[in-house]
Design a protein around this ligand. Sequence first.
Ligand code: MF3
Ligand code: CO
Ligand code: CO
Length: 251
Amino acid sequence: MIIIKSKHEIEKMRKAGRLAAGLLAYVEPFVKKDTSTLRLNDLCEKFTKEHGAISAPLNYHGFPKSICTSINDVVCHGIPSAKAILKDGDIVNVDVTVILDGFHGDTSKTFLIGDVKSETRKLVSSTEEAMIRGINAVKPGEYLYEVGREIEQFIKKLGYSIVTELGGHGIGRGFHEDPMVLHHYSLQNRIKLKEGMTFTIEPMINMGTSSKVVISPDDGWTVRTKDGSLSAQFEHTILVTSDGAEILTKL
Ligand code: MF3
Ligand code: CO
Ligand code: CO
């Protein structure tokens, strides 16, 4: 069941979205070489509390930390750790979700650490562009699969692959509401978009031709590319408006 948000709920979603965007902007200067992902986690946790909000990932289905930090071949759900120190040439996705006044805001970016190979930078910038193209495909009256169709036609030409096992999601009072938002074309997303829907668009794009992923048997969370190739991701929470999409996770 897809929940259509009321005016009042949308106002709360805007506030939660703005806080999530503020959190990501706040932590960005700390996303540098020699920093551990645990430090990023702790900074985010503190900022979130100081702003009267809750870190949604913490204890979510048993997730042990307050943000996700996914380095290089980690696709998503990387667990912050004192042992994970960012190094020159890495890429790292920092994914933050806050709950403010009962509503969620979810956003992420992939950051470049120091000197990153040009082919890797291209993967990262293309992934951001894929997300933006997906957002631009949102229109009331159109089908949700237009989002995946746009992303797929852009990404396929570049020779990258789209992770299909994980997707975006409806969001509101719940962290993960219906529908699942696919980043490839699928009739599973033959769902008419309506003004007042809120969901995330968060493509995970792998370098190379394999979209396959594996979950770490050690922690049960960390999702990696099966072939060890790099993976990038960007995420926004959006609202379907009368004529398109409004990005809620913006400053
Ligand atoms: N923020 C992630 C998303 O975009 C979800 C993280 S769930 C967690 O949907 F449990 F890993 F934190
Ligand atoms: Co999300
Ligand atoms: Co997220």
